[in-house]
Design a protein around this ligand. Structure first.
Ligand SMILES: [Zn+2]
Length: 288
């Protein structure tokens, strides 16, 4: 996408990969009638009605403020031993894609992981001479304390253990991690906005610049259909009930407001707004 402008902040997206899946695999409460009712805005970008499959994306956002270069969520990464077949021993061109977006790893000032699942921390590190080293040598990496404490307790054999071992702990050991509470802000343009439930310390990234606002929502929602059905939690949510309450409140608070939403897994044109209609809230694409 071309960079999207939020006041003085440019927002760019770098895709690692996209894929299709059956919505009932992700959402236990999935109801096909809801998809049919909202076909006019779900198709073709978000939902393939020929296959009845959902499109999904794994990507990062690059934020360029007047002071800082920030990378939000770092996808799955290469060379990882993972229990998820799609993530196992990937060999993708992510760093080349970053370079195409004009980003050198040394230029990143902050890496913000909305949460510590394996598809949001992977490129924190890369394999060099058999060791996992920080991919972004000059960055502070921002991890929420609640997530760090929870995932750091994972033991070998737990599916949350490998990403901690090869993508989070090496950052802590390199002295580049800031493990932060709910009130953390980089400056007056960039702050975290706590949205626990998907994970214990999940956060959104709140941008405010020149009177404009945006929210990078991480995995608060996995697919635009949840803008209409915020009560549908995913199977990947740590506490589905808590995730449901947090998501519902977020949708209520941001409907019909001038806040641009950039989600971590919405495919295609990810910039949009939450809009109230007679059919409930929907996601209206607003940008590239
Ligand atoms: Zn995710």
């Amino acid at each position: 996408m071309r960079p999207h402008q939020i006041g003085a902040i440019a927002v760019d997206k770098v895709i690692e990969f996209e894929f299709w899946f059956d919505p009932s695999e992700a959402f236990p409460d999935y109801d096909v009638e809801v998809a049919r009712t909202h076909r006019d805005w779900l198709a073709p970008d978000f939902f393939d009605f020929a296959q009845m499959k959902i499109r999904s994306s794994v990507h990062s956002y690059i934020l360029r403020t007047s002071k800082y270069c920030v990378l939000v969520d770092t996808c799955v990464g290469n060379d990882r031993d993972r229990v998820q077949p799609m993530w196992h021993r990937q060999n993708r061109n992510y760093l080349e894609n970053l370079a195409r977006a004009g980003l050198k790893p040394e230029a990143v000032d902050f890496v913000m992981c909305t949460h510590l699942h394996g598809d949001h921390v992977g490129w924190n590190t890369r394999l060099e001479g058999g060791r996992w080293v920080p991919t972004f040598p000059n960055a502070r990496y921002i991890f929420s304390k609640a997530d760090y404490d929870y995932f750091n307790a994972a033991r070998p054999g737990d599916r949350h253990y490998p990403p901690m071992a090869d993508a989070v702990r090496p950052i802590v050991e390199a002295g580049q991690a800031s493990i932060v509470g709910n009130d953390f802000a980089v400056d007056d343009e960039l702050a975290i906005y706590p949205t626990p439930g998907h994970t214990p310390g999940h956060y959104c990234v709140h941008l405010t610049s020149a009177g404009k606002q945006a929210m990078l929502t991480g995995d608060l929602m996995h697919h635009p259909i949840q803008v209409n059905r915020p009560d549908w939690s995913s199977r990947f949510c740590y506490d589905p009930e808590h995730a449901r309450r947090t998501r519902t409140r977020f949708i209520d608070d941001h409907a019909d407001r001038d806040v641009v939403i950039f989600a971590a897994h919405f495919p295609g044109p990810t910039a949009g707004r939450i809009v109230g209609t007679e059919r409930g809230t929907i996601f209206r694409v607003t940008g590239p």
